[in-house]
Design a binder for this molecule. Structure first.
Ligand code: GDP
Ligand code: MG
Length: 180
C-alpha cells in the first residue's frame, strides 16, 4: 500500500479516575465492557485501525495507569499527541469541574503554547446510561457551553456500558487527529 495513504496517530485520553476512560477504549477496540473496576496496569496504549476516505488510519490510544489521581503523567505520555480526548462522568459534578485542570495541563505539556486553541480536543460526557439518566448532574447544555468557551470543542455523550455513541465519538477523534 502507498505509505502516503497510511497514518499513525497518537490519541491521549484524560479525565478523573473512574469516569470510564479505560471502559470507553475497551468498548471501542474490543467491544467489551466490564462492571469491575480494574485500575489500568501495564499496557500504555491500544491500537485500532480504521479507514477514512482513502486513508488507512492507525489510532494509538494512550491510557493512564491510575496516575491520573496525581496528575503526573510525564512528558512521554503527552509527546507527539495528535488529539486529546477529555472525559467526564455526567453524574459527577467534580469530574466536570476538573476538566479545566486537564485541559490546562495538556496545553501546558503538549499543545503549541503560542496557539493552544488550535490543538484538537474533544469532550466525552460518559455514563449517560446510569439510572436511566435520573442521576445526571451535568446537563448537555452546560457541557456544550464549556466546549464553546474552549474554542468550539466537539462534544459527544457516551455510554461505554451500552456502547452508545462510542464509535461515532472515536470516528470524530480520528478525523480530527488526521486533520491536525
Ligand atoms: P477510568 O478510571 O476512567 O479508566 O474508569 P474505568 O473505565 O475503569 O471505569 C470505572 C467504573 O465505571 C467501572 O466500574 C466501569 O465498569 C464503570 N463504567 C465505565 N463506563 C461506564 C458507563 O458508560 N456506564 C456505566 N454504568 N458504568 C460505566
Ligand atoms: Mg483506567
Amino acid at each position: 500500500m502507498d505509505m502516503s495513504r497510511r497514518a499513525l496517530l497518537k490519541v491521549i485520553v484524560l479525565g478523573d479516575i473512574g469516569v470510564g476512560k479505560t471502559s470507553l477504549m475497551n468498548q471501542y477496540v474490543y467491544k467489551k465492557f466490564s462492571q469491575q473496576y480494574k485500575s489500568t496496569i501495564g499496557a500504555d496504549f491500544v491500537t485500532k485501525e480504521l479507514q477514512i476516505d482513502d486513508k488507512l488510519v492507525t489510532l494509538q490510544i494512550w491510557d493512564t495507569a491510575g496516575q491520573e489521581r496525581f496528575q503526573s503523567l510525564g512528558s512521554a505520555f503527552y509527546r507527539g499527541a495528535d488529539c486529546c480526548v477529555l472525559v467526564y462522568d455526567v453524574n459527577i459534578q467534580k469530574s466536570f469541574e476538573t476538566l479545566n485542570n486537564w485541559h490546562e495541563e495538556f496545553v501546558k505539556q503538549a499543545a503549541d503554547p503560542a496557539d493552544p486553541g488550535a490543538f484538537p480536543f474533544i469532550l466525552f460526557g460518559n455514563k449517560i446510561d446510569v439510572d436511566g439518566g435520573s442521576s445526571r448532574v451535568v446537563s448537555e447544555k452546560k457541557a456544550r457551553e464549556w466546549c464553546a468557551s474552549r474554542g468550539d470543542i466537539p462534544y459527544f455523550e457516551t455510554s461505554a456500558k451500552e456502547g452508545y455513541n462510542v464509535h461515532e465519538a472515536f470516528l470524530c477523534v480520528a478525523k480530527m487527529a488526521l486533520e491536525g
